[in-house]
Design a protein. Structure first.
Lengths: 307, 173
């Protein structure tokens, strides 16, 4: 093979390559069998993913926590003092509390906007090989989750359902480089297109060159026709820097996404949209300024000593 | 013979695929982590003949294409993995000094993993995919090489043992 090789090996290689090209052609032409294969494999794998999530999720952050070891040394020392049983209980309890807190905040957000939601747990993170930013959730068509539905957390937009299976669904995160959403700026109502960048930041491009953005502006989802794939009013993030390049046709800005995708465990899929646009009702409240006590001192000159 | 060897190794790949999808994907690891399945496939291919490497790549690529988290069209991973499996086994074919040296196997797999991913990205761009942040891609490729260097020495003893048990015994028989 190395020196020209036998024809059988070459024939095998060529036939395999042709088969793969044939598969690509079939998929790009939208042949249903291919979708059926993926759907079938996901249905088979999802019970294992759910089991894996149950067993490994409590320790899933271990490796990322290692990189922050210096900062959490105090906590680690404290945990060392506790016995194994209590530590396990604590981890489980923290996990449950975190999920409860996320669930409560997402229900608060959905309640304010009058979204009808289905809550779901994250059962798997996306492929590390394909440069995509996705998660799998444990709710699917059996729970009313369909493709092109908005996925949110208490902090705002998580992404959109790309594929839906009987008991699981694949969600494209808003940080994915292929993610696009129509956005508007809370308050000024300027509109633009927000694009994911594969990181926790996204880029907003305004459609109008007459208006300006400023740092701290809150970006909301503008909503799609018939509320699919995006319901209106969901917070996305806030402007962290504005590109004021001279000669640019429209203004662009970096947007820090509200949702921390590395800690997602509970999300909600919007299965029913409100009758009216919530407008700016979901804009996160800014920090309340803490009153600073002021003390006024009046200086009274003392009587000068008599000579 | 190729078909028989392919069928013999298929259950092993199915198990590693399940581990990748249900266990490895639960961990949040620096730099996006690693693909156990990709590393395993390339290591397995590096130990066989070029024809078997291509066939192994074909089967593994099909499984990777079936993963719901794969963004590209069905067959994209298959195409890349056929070429990767063939290339990595071709490099060391007939050179026992190369295959018998664990360090050279670690190095070749650590180089092959980011190259395979980069090839997938380039083919994806040709199919109309999006690039995203170049810096993020660079970090991801670099960290995949780093994780591969860390994981391959752990996998290698069991992979070489299973490979030699399955194929050397069979070829003798």
């Amino acid at each position: 093979m190395r020196n020209g090789g036998d024809n059988r090996g070459r024939l095998l290689l060529i036939s395999l390559i042709v088969t793969s090209l044939f598969l690509i052609t079939l998929d790009l032409r939208g042949v249903q069998v291919i979708d059926g294969l993926r759907s079938g494999s996901q249905t088979a794998v999802s019970p294992f993913q759910s089991a894996g999530a149950k067993v490994f999720r409590p320790v899933g952050n271990f490796f990322s926590d290692v990189t922050r070891l210096g900062r959490t040394r105090g906590e680690i020392e404290k945990l060392k003092a506790e016995n194994e049983k209590l530590r396990q209980n604590l981890i489980n309890r923290r996990n449950a509390d975190s999920e409860l807190s996320q669930l409560k905040s997402v229900l608060d957000l959905a309640g304010t906007a009058k979204y009808k939601v289905v809550s779901a747990k994250v059962i798997s993170l996306g492929s590390t090989s394909s440069f995509t930013q996705t998660i799998s959730i444990d709710a699917g068509t059996d729970d009313g989750v369909k493709e092109n539905m908005t996925v949110i957390t208490g902090l705002g937009l998580v992404g959109v359902v790309k594929k839906s299976y009987p008991n699981s669904a694949l969600v494209q995160l808003s940080s994915d480089s292929a993610f696009r959403v129509g956005a508007r700026v809370a308050g000024s109502q300027q509109i633009g297109i927000l694009s994911g960048q594969g990181t926790s930041k996204a880029v907003l491009q305004l459609l109008d060159n007459l208006t300006t953005l400023k740092i701290g502006d809150v970006i909301l989802a503008r909503g799609s026709q018939n509320n699919s794939p995006f319901v209106p009013g969901v917070p996305i993030g806030e402007v962290t820097s504005v590109d004021n390049a001279a000669g640019a046709v429209t203004q662009t800005a970096d947007v820090r996404l509200y949702v921390n995708f590395s800690t997602l465990s509970v999300v909600a899929v919007v299965v029913g949209s409100p009758k009216s646009d919530p407008r700016d009702a979901l804009v996160p409240k800014g920090p309340v300024p803490i009153p600073v006590p002021t003390v006024t001192i009046y200086a009274t000159p003392s009587e000068s000593p008599k000579p | 013979m190729f078909a028989r060897r392919f069928l013999i190794s298929f259950p092993i790949f199915a198990i590693v695929y399940l581990i990748q999808e249900s266990v490895v994907s639960q961990f949040r690891i620096f730099g996006g982590g690693f693909s156990l399945f990709l590393i395993f496939t390339l290591l397995w291919s590096a130990l066989g003949t070029p024809e078997l490497g291509a066939l192994t790549g074909f089967g593994a690529g099909l499984l990777m294409d079936l993963s719901q988290t794969t963004s590209g069209p069905m067959g994209q991973w298959t195409l890349i993995m056929i070429l990767a499996g063939f290339a990595i086994s071709y490099l060391g074919y007939g050179d026992d000094n190369f295959r018998g040296n664990p360090i050279s196997l670690v190095v070749i797999v650590a180089i092959a993993v980011p190259i395979t991913r980069l090839a997938y990205l380039i083919i994806g761009l040709m199919f109309g995919g999006d690039l995203g942040s170049t810096f993020q891609i660079f970090i991801s490729l670099l960290s995949s090489a780093f994780w591969t260097v860390a994981v391959v020495p752990l996998l290698m003893p069991s992979v070489t043992r299973i490979h030699s048990t399955l194929f050397e015994e069979k070829s003798r028989g």
